[in-house]
Design a binder for this molecule. Structure first.
Ligand code: GLY
Ligand code: MN
Ligand code: MN
Length: 434
């Protein structure tokens, strides 16, 4: 791991919160993510399962956590199963957690090796009436690949058909939505690294640089600051490319007179930052670009002020659409009369603002939680209004991560977003690469 060691008290606290929600006489089993095969004899870089990390802080493959809080044998209430390293693993793969390190990281005192899992699992399962498994319940995402937890479900159904299988995912969602102060601190660190990367590219962007060169600068700054890397594939989109919402090719030259939209965020200790800035490639917005940019910025500022306890993402989306409709009319994109005549199934506002304003963020960039969740203090969401006019080569989005509170806290307040700030910074710091 590149990040500084986290205190195990966070993971202790997370497990304690979880066991308050489970039925008595229950067993919770959470597996780490599988190593994903790449090709030949290689794996993709390992990324821990966010729920296992949340409950243990362990950042290693082939890990299993079991919680059986009412078990009469105290030693069996909380167990972490890890790889037992050996000389060959040490030579080929490197260091794996020792028992002591696993205790220090997770706060769990009973650390077992995987070879002991079968026998202990049987003892736990026979005691428990309910077994909680963590299955993928993302309504928008159904991967083809079966997870270790899903494979385990098949096994349980065969070996213990009379046990009641319970859903862990709704509980994890409830817990992960509200961040602990320690989590906010880690997220703030991810935002700080993202901020540094922004300052780095402000020195670098000039007419003629390639989008992938900007991506490389981001990566450089992230790694120098102990981020694992990008929290998601960065979007570095100049001119019209910025109107493709999930543009990740990043392979074009940035032209004089164009805007450059950069959607980027560091992942630090498995927590994500998600930021977007839009800057003029040559350091100065044209009058029209400035008008459009300031419209988005006005909407963003109003939207942030609405991210308070009691509202929902659905409500925020509606409010932002109303704001944008007004801004679009002022920008001459359509008229009030056009709105009166519009097809309600295809509102004009969606033509220039086709996405939503917020998503939850945390261990995953699109974190647990849907648009109907009632916001509470301690939740963190993005605020990311945008304006896309391909016929004018304009694609603008501004995105910050916001902590919900009576007075919402902008975790990215330090990353410049005013027109003057951006222009002055680009004039002052740019390196001439011609
Ligand atoms: N970077 C992905 C998003 O903004 O949702
Ligand atoms: Mn986002
Ligand atoms: Mn983003």
């Amino acid at each position: 791991m590149k990040y500084d060691r986290l205190e195990s008290t966070l993971f202790d606290k997370n497990r304690k919160k979880l066991i308050k929600f489970i039925h008595s006489n229950s067993l919770v089993i959470v597996h780490s993510n599988d190593q994903m095969p790449r090709n030949g004899d290689q794996y993709f870089p390992f990324r821990q399962n966010s729920d296992l990390f949340y409950l243990s802080g362990i950042d290693q493959e082939k890990t299993i956590l079991t919680l059986c809080p009412n078990h009469p044998n105290k030693d069996l209430r909380e167990i972490l199963f890890i790889i037992e390293s050996n000389e060959k693993i040490a030579v080929w793969e490197g260091h794996k957690y020792t028992r002591e390190e696993a205790i220090k990281t997770s706060g769990i005192t009973n650390i077992k090796y995987l070879s002991e899992f079968e026998q202990i699992f049987r003892e736990l399962a026979i005691y428990a009436e309910n077994i909680y498994l963590n299955l993928n319940e993302n309504s928008k995402f159904k991967p083809d690949v079966i997870s270790a937890d899903e494979r385990f479900l098949n096994r349980l159904r065969f070996e213990f058909p009379a046990h009641k299988i319970e859903r862990l995912a709704p509980l994890m969602k409830k817990l992960r939505l509200k961040k602990e102060p320690e989590e906010i601190e880690i997220m703030q660190k991810a935002c700080e690294i993202t901020n540094k990367a922004f300052f780095r590219i402000m020195k670098f962007v000039n007419p003629g640089v390639n989008e992938y060169e900007v991506e490389a600068e981001l990566t450089h700054e992230f790694l120098w600051n102990k981020a694992t890397g990008h929290a998601y594939a960065p979007i570095v989109a100049s001119g019209k490319n910025a109107c493709v919402l999930h543009y990740v090719e990043n392979n074009k030259a940035c032209n004089d007179g164009d805007l450059l939209l950069i959607d980027f965020g560091a992942e630090y200790a498995n927590y994500a930052a998600d930021c977007t800035r839009t800057i003029p490639v040559n350091g100065k917005f044209t009058q029209r670009q400035k008008e459009c940019y300031e419209a988005v910025l006005r909407v963003m500022k109003k939207a942030i002020s609405l991210m308070i306890p009691g509202t929902t993402i659905n409500k925020l989306n509606e409010q932002v659409e109303c704001m944008f409709q007004e801004e679009h009319i002022k920008l001459g994109l359509y008229s009030k009369e056009d709105v009166e005549k519009q097809d309600p199934e295809k509102p004009l506002v969606k033509k220039y603002y086709p996405h939503g304003t917020c998503h939850f963020i945390g261990l995953d960039v699109h974190d647990v939680g849907d648009r109907t969740v009632i916001l509470e203090e301690g939740m963190v969401l993005t605020c990311e209004p945008g304006l896309y006019i391909p016929e004018e080569n304009i694609g603008i989005r501004i995105e910050n991560d916001i902590l919900v509170a009576l007075k919402p806290v902008d975790l990215m307040g330090a990353i410049p977003k005013e027109v003057d700030e951006i222009e002055q910074l680009m004039v002052k710091t740019r390196v001439d690469i011609s």
